[in-house]
Ligand binder design. Structure first.
Ligand code: PXP
Length: 251
């Protein structure tokens, strides 16, 4: 039996909203998806309220907070507007991400080093409000050390470059990215940070990364919403949970 901390699965429901917004109506409902994911074993729900509201809407965030029984992770850019909405919503946690209007998804990690002065008061306000702040960063030692200096309780390591390299068959790059993640998770933990990871994960990569004992939460969305089309969301959550448990049991 593994002695590592349990590994939580946060299900990101943004792309249920993407599908709904394709027809600008009410279905499929991301809150219904969140409730189903929790029933099937998700430990929390993540949703990203973007400045352009391309998927999650303000009303989705309010309903998620009101209706789900597990922690809500409110993903957002550190703008005045979003800080105000998050403080009013009072989620369990916020995850601060960089945001560019033209990007398809959150392409890189937050530059915590360069934005230290802008992020410090935001993190302090959330700390005062009892909302845990997670900084979504690359597994770069400078960024990790800056996150610790900012007194953010949590970082989420951006796994996108690793996952993309695997998908593209770039073996050497994938191995280098993996080693960065391994070293980054250890450094962050030793600096007192809680370590999460996410972006681009599927069953195989979730199983691999589950074997890193420092990581206590994975946030996964796009792959799961795609799989749900074929096997249903509940079955997808169960299979992801099983993949993570297989990885964790290798410890
Ligand atoms: N974590 C963060 C901070 C993200 O921005 C995203 C993408 O919205 C995810 C996790 C989930 O990534 P994916 O949808 O590729 O699984």
């Amino acid at each position: 039996m593994s002695k590592a901390a349990p590994l939580r699965l946060g299900v990101n429901v943004d792309h249920i909203a993407t599908l709904r917004n394709a027809r600008a109506g009410a279905a499929p409902d991301p809150v219904r998806a969140a409730l189903l994911a929790i029933e099937a074993g998700a430990d929390g729900i993540t949703a990203h309220l973007r400045e352009d509201r391309r998927h999650i809407r303000d009303s989705d965030m309010a309903r998620l907070k009101a209706e789900i029984s597990k922690p809500l992770n409110f993903e957002m850019a550190a703008t005045d507007e979003m800080v105000g909405i998050a403080l009013a919503t009072k989620p369990h946690a916020v995850c601060l991400v960089p945001e560019r209007r033209q990007e398809l998804t959150t392409e890189g990690g937050l530059d915590v080093v360069g934005q230290h002065n802008a992020l410090a008061p935001v993190i302090a306000r959330f700390n005062d409000a009892g909302i845990r702040t997670s900084l979504f960063i690359a597994a770069d030692p400078r960024q990790i050390e800056a996150a610790a200096r900012l007194h953010a309780p949590v970082i989420e390591i951006h796994t996108g470059a690793w996952c993309d390299a695997i998908t593209d068959g770039e073996t050497a790059k994938a191995e280098a990215e993996w080693q960065r993640i391994v070293a980054g998770a250890a450094l962050a933990r030793s600096a007192g940070l809680e370590v999460h990871a996410g972006h681009g994960l599927d069953y195989a990569t979730a199983e691999t990364i589950a074997a890193l004992p420092e990581i206590v939460e994975l946030n996964i969305g796009y792959f799961m919403v795609g799989e749900a089309l074929f096997v249903g969301l509940a079955e997808t959550v169960r299979q992801m949970r099983a993949a993570m448990d297989r990885g964790r049991s290798k410890l």
